[in-house]
Design a binder for this molecule. Structure first.
Ligand code: GLU
Length: 414
């Protein structure tokens, strides 16, 4: 497989959108690079009593529209360019939904699967000690991402509050409910994605009868459950995770499957599931495909074989640019990550608002407001698609980038 530098891809997208928007040279140059990026080394004492040094980043891509916002990833293959790209996409993501936020991302090069809870706690606290003076509700508000979760956020928030010697819950989002977290955050990414599928089905006249999920982490599991709940129809015919894939043309019970995954750590061995090669899930005959694993899973190697009518990108950057062209040519409607996966950051924003007021909304209100934001964003992107005769990814970029560019201009930066 051809390997892509994600940041090259992100920059290429900016150039394309800038041309369509007729952006002036200075604005384009400003948007092509992060406004601020930080690199740290974190010494952490491990259970063996040895100290290990971890490399870590926080990148605030653009904060013209508000505080930088985006997750922190713990991953062995983390690179500065992946984080730059993800920070950049966060920027367009918050802008497409019209949230008063900028975009950012952080990461630590580490292998969380081989670390104990205490080592992860020490690492999380060390990370916050390094970034404490750079983040805050009015500067930059991190959240979980790949291999981080509400427990990570709880440790981080505690370290931050200890440094500041006061309560300051809104500094991070997707916290546990007992520590200023919100209703509806855990399934928000998937819920937002399924809402965009609902809207896409309306405009394309597709009945979402069968669906496939690639990647069975938080977003994949929640999408499995929510597809039927929100759309009223749908058989989950195949699922993959890092260990393999299973298929059943009659459909799996999503609840049972999620329980099996939580109990055994994998989807493998689920009763009624036939083992199939992991990557073949992408190529099955189903109306809806949800990629919910890591970057670049849909590539030139498999794009020609994809049969779904709608691809809903729940993960960040699942489709390589050449695969994108192929899907487009085949008439497959790709709901791009910056729209399809924006439910998470939307409810993160609701969490920030609630933390600031210290008054919390019920789940129904969160769901309603999330639906309103995602539906509106979907339709705005669809309008841009028709108006400029471009595919949905570029349309979403154009909507997001135009809003960020306008904020930069209004501030007098360019
Ligand atoms: N990590 C999630 C994303 O990529 C959520 C970010 C956030 O809530 O700030 O959208």
């Amino acid at each position: 497989m051809k390997s892509y530098n994600s940041f090259d891809v992100a920059q290429e997208q900016i150039i394309q959108a800038a041309t369509l928007l007729n952006l002036d040279e200075a604005t384009k140059k400003l948007l092509l690079w992060p406004q601020r990026e930080f690199k740290f080394t974190l010494p952490v004492r491990m259970d063996s009593n040895k100290v290990e040094i971890f490399h870590a980043y926080r990148i605030q891509y653009n904060y013209a529209r508000g505080p930088a916002k985006g997750g922190i990833r713990f991953h062995p293959d983390e690179t500065v360019d992946v984080i730059r790209a993800l920070a950049c996409w966060m920027c367009w993501k918050t802008a497409v939904i019209d949230l008063p936020l900028g975009g950012g991302k952080g990461g630590v090069v580490c292998d969380p699967k081989n670390m104990s809870p205490r080592e992860l706690e020490n690492l999380s606290r060390a990370y916050i000690r390094a970034v404490a003076y750079l983040i805050g509700i009015d500067k930059d508000v991190p959240a979980p991402d790949v291999y981080t979760n509400p427990q990570t956020m709880a440790w981080m928030m505690d370290e931050y509050e200890t440094i500041l010697n006061k309560h300051h819950t809104g500094v991070l989002t997707d916290k546990p409910m007992q520590l200023g977290g919100t209703e509806g955050r855990r399934d928000a990414t998937a819920r937002g994605g399924v809402i965009t599928v609902r809207e896409a089905c309306k405009i394309l006249n597709v009945e979402p009868k069968r669906y496939v999920i690639q990647g069975f982490g938080n977003a994949g599991q929640r999408a499995a459950l929510l597809h039927q709940e929100i759309l009223g129809v749908g058989k989950l015919i195949a699922v993959s995770d890092s260990r393999g894939a299973i298929f059943n043309p009659d459909g799996f019970d999503p609840k049972e499957l999620v329980m099996h995954k939580l109990k055994t750590g994998s989807i493998k061995g689920f009763p009624g599931g036939k083992d199939i090669p992991r990557d073949s899930v992408l190529e099955l005959d189903a109306e809806i495909l949800y990629p919910a694993a890591l970057e670049n899973s849909i590539s030139i190697d498999n794009a020609v074989n994809i049969k779904a009518k709608i691809v809903c990108e729940l993960s960040n950057g699942p489709t390589t640019p050449d695969a994108d062209l192929i899907l487009n040519k085949k008439g497959i409607y790709v709901i791009p990550d910056i729209l399809a996966s924006a439910g998470g950051v939307t409810v993160s924003y609701f969490e920030m608002v609630q933390d600031n007021y210290s008054y919390f909304w019920d789940e129904e209100l969160i769901h309603q407001r999330l639906d309103g934001k995602l539906t509106k964003a979907f339709n705005t992107v669809h309008e841009a698609e028709k108006e400029k005769n471009i595919h949905p990814r570029l349309a979403a970029m154009v909507v997001g980038i135009a809003r960020v560019a306008e904020a930069c201009k209004l501030r007098g930066w360019v």
